[in-house]
Write a protein that binds this ligand. Sequence first.
Ligand SMILES: Nc1ncnc2c1ncn2[C@@H]1O[C@H](COP(=O)(O)OP(=O)(O)OP(=O)(O)O)[C@@H](O)[C@H]1O
Ligand SMILES: [Mg+2]
Length: 364
Amino acid sequence: MWITQLAINDLRVIEQMKLIPGRGLNLIVGDNGAGKTSVLEAIYLAGRGRTFRHPEAGPMIRGGAASTMVVIELEHGDGEKRSILGVKRERRDFVCRLNGLDIKKRSVLAETLPVQWIGSQPQQLLAMGPDVRRRFLDMGMFHVEHCYLGVMAEFQRALKQRNAAIRQGMQDAVRLWVKPLATAASSLSRIRETFAANLLTRTAEIIRQWDVGFDVDYRYRRGWSGGEDSLREQLERKTELDLRMGFTTIGPQRAELEVLSHGALAEKKLSRGQQKILVVALNLALMDLVIAKTGNAPVLLLDDLGAELDRHNRQRILSEIHRRECQAFVTLIDSNLLEPPADEAATMFHVKHGALFSPAAPSE
Ligand SMILES: Nc1ncnc2c1ncn2[C@@H]1O[C@H](COP(=O)(O)OP(=O)(O)OP(=O)(O)O)[C@@H](O)[C@H]1O
Ligand SMILES: [Mg+2]
């Protein structure tokens, strides 16, 4: 699956932009504030139904406009099947259509247009709280484990019910939800742990191949000690505590994935550039798992490739993208940051004040 046309209306500085991207690497080049990240934001909006910059939609809508609209044409397989995905984001409302039919679930968007986003400060994945890494794992599981949505829904339902009973101080109901919660929690935890192991093993392989002078390891804490029986016992034992705290204090909602290098947290041990390399490797590993499972690569969105990476590592990342034959949108402030061969194999877009332009050919 790949994007054959992208039309953006009223997204930040972009009033109207139409792009015909290449099937492989697309480089988006321009000065600060030109609208490069906004192009990635448009694709992300179509694939995930929200922006990666902040929780609310308002700031994304161009000043003076009532809504942001993104229309994407997709081709699947060998060009036999095409579809049109349109999303319209108003301040309060959000409408998505696939081939003219309304889509109600974000999961349908994510299946139609799987996107993998590496932001301009990807080190945050290592530095921020455990929920960020849990979401990263869960997003990967969504694409790789077919049972994930059902297992997650079951767990969330049980957790919500037990927490509601806790808030109402209904001790018997709190106890009643222990067994279903422990069963659902164990199923979720099992697939998350296996997924984390596969993901980090692949990441460590990539980092080893790159020979960048650091190693990668991990520790996964499932959110309680022991297995399903032990979770049931501990939930029973913690009834009083949970009633006092007002929520369920143990379980996979507290799981933590620690990414390590040389035996310490990567975030504390590695330089900024090394952390960026590690997070890119994590994302490429995730892509490899998705490709192995589905035969389809997600669309890769990589913001600000130039920042914090030396020329060698920038080039290395671009050749890894080439090797995976995925469609990628990569932003850069200056195309001179790249070696010519990567340039030639890429489709290049220059943006200025939210619009595409053709730079004048250099004079002889
Ligand atoms: N709601 C909005 N309406 C109009 N313009 C906006 C709105 N929100 C943000 N902007 C402007 O849109 C531009 C956003 O650009 P974007 O973040 O895509 O730039 P960029 O090319 O990625 O820059 P950088 O290299 O600094 O990351 C900025 O100039 C910003 O001031
Ligand atoms: Mg930017």
